[in-house]
Design a protein around this ligand. Structure first.
Ligand code: NAD
Length: 386
């Protein structure tokens, strides 16, 4: 496949989600990061673009300059990712769509329903892609759940239980921390905090898997930390388009919960259960049957799950990220040598030839021991023996 040109708005240095986009877009080699307006501070954005290898004439100080610059080019970006704070999504996404660009916008797509209706209409009119980053739907086993439901394996879906409940904004003493406070400020975040930030991921997952959309809902919002005007915990019940009931719990004060994203789907013929913190296993219990574990990478998975499986069965889904860390360490040490400086000590833990030697010595010793009915055998390399 020919490489596509890709651009980013937001996702600057130190941002939470920018690196995940760059890793994700870079993984398969389909996209070259060709342009960007990465930061709310133009100078910082241009400087950061340089460190990412973006050419000087495509390192833009702000998104309007990027729109103008890219629109004028023959090799304009094929896709623009909008990873700025929520209040800016609408204006930027609309402008790029109107000028004929494909867009991947972070969630929540807009601040209001009217803006969202307008984005849908603008995308239709432009004929361009407007994707929204409900990234958890990319997990292979989530796609397999969807295939099982669509294939009728659960029969009619009766109940769905979705949770996205973590505990990282639970400390009242931390409520005024600027990194947390904006998330509960209606001016910056809109009329909902926790439900808009995390609850909509759980809702999207429930719809994605069940094929049913929300028709009616009953919500109970609370602010467990009194200084917050917006909710930090919500319990929402939905009546779904296909007759299922969805119970959704989202929280940022559930101390001890980590990412806390889980999905259970209960049908006439059986139930499915999946947890994002253990993404490789899907639990399937046929009615009156035993619970079975469906492993990511198994040969009989749906085509959608197979396409999304990048590592062989048994390896954790994040395994390529561990490889990326080895490359990052090597890059730091090589760069440090070129720049005549000491490398970051944290980058020096990559395995070396010594580890290779120790492994070879262990293999040799294991073979020797096995051949001698398990005799204790020196496993050290010869050069390490006294
Ligand atoms: P952040 O505050 O950590 O980073 C925002 C970045 O955007 C910063 O680099 C900032 O300088 C830059 N920026 C701000 N305004 C800009 C502008 N006008 N032009 C160019 N750059 C600008 O925020 P974050 O946590 O990375 O969140 C960004 C968006 O991603 C939010 O909408 C958030 O809801 C979403 N998000 C999505 C997921 C997901 O799973 N899909 C996860 C986390 C965050």
């Amino acid at each position: 496949m020919a490489r596509l040109n890709w651009g980013m708005i937001g996702g600057g240095e130190g941002s939470q989600i920018g690196p995940a986009h760059r890793i994700g877009a870079g993984l398969d080699g389909h996209f070259t990061l060709a342009a960007g307006a990465f930061d709310v501070d133009p100078a910082k954005g241009v400087e950061f673009a340089g460190t990412l290898g973006v050419a000087e004439d495509r390192a833009y100080g702000d998104w309007r300059a990027m729109l103008e610059g890219e629109t004028a080019r023959d090799d304009r970006v094929d896709l623009v990712t909008v990873a700025t704070p929520n209040a800016t999504h609408y204006e930027i996404t609309k402008a790029f769509l109107e000028n004929g660009f494909n867009v991947l916008c972070e969630k929540p797509m807009t601040m209001t329903v009217a803006e969202a209706e307008d984005i849908v209409a603008t995308a239709r009119k432009s004929g361009r892609i407007c994707a929204v980053n409900y990234g958890y739907s990319g997990y292979p086993m989530v796609r397999h759940m969807r295939a099982m439901v669509a294939g009728g394996e659960l029969g009619r879906v009766r109940l769905i239980k979705a949770e996205f409940a973590h505990g990282f904004h639970a400390n009242a003493a931390d409520a005024d921390n600027p990194r947390i406070r904006w998330r509960y400020d209606p001016q910056q975040i809109g009329p909902s905090a926790q439900f808009a930030d995390c609850g909509i991921h759980a809702l999207h997952m429930a719809s994605f898997v069940s094929g049913q959309e929300a028709e009616e809902l009953s919500a109970d919002f609370v602010s467990c930390i009194a200084s917050r005007t917006l909710e930090d915990d919500a319990m929402v019940s939905f009546r779904m388009s296909g007759g299922a009931v969805l119970r959704l719990w989202t929280s940022s004060v559930a101390v001890g919960r980590m990412h806390g994203l889980t999905l259970q789907v209960f049908g006439e013929k059986g139930g499915l259960s999946w947890e994002q913190e253990h993404p490789n296993q899907l639990y399937w219990t046929p009615v009156d049957g035993r619970t079975q574990i469906i492993e990511r990478g198994a040969p009989d998975l749906s085509a959608a799950a197979q396409r999304a499986s990048r590592v062989t069965i048994g390896h954790a889904e994040g395994m390529p990220l561990a490889f990326a860390n080895i490359y990052a360490d090597l890059a730091e040490v090589i760069m440090a040598e070129k720049e005549s400086r000491s490398p970051d000590p944290a980058a020096t833990h990559y395995p070396t030839a010594l580890d290779g030697l120790r492994s070879m010595a262990a293999i040799s010793a294991a073979v020797e021991s096995a051949n001698k009915s398990g005799n204790w055998t020196d496993a050290r390399p010869p050069s390490f023996r006294g």
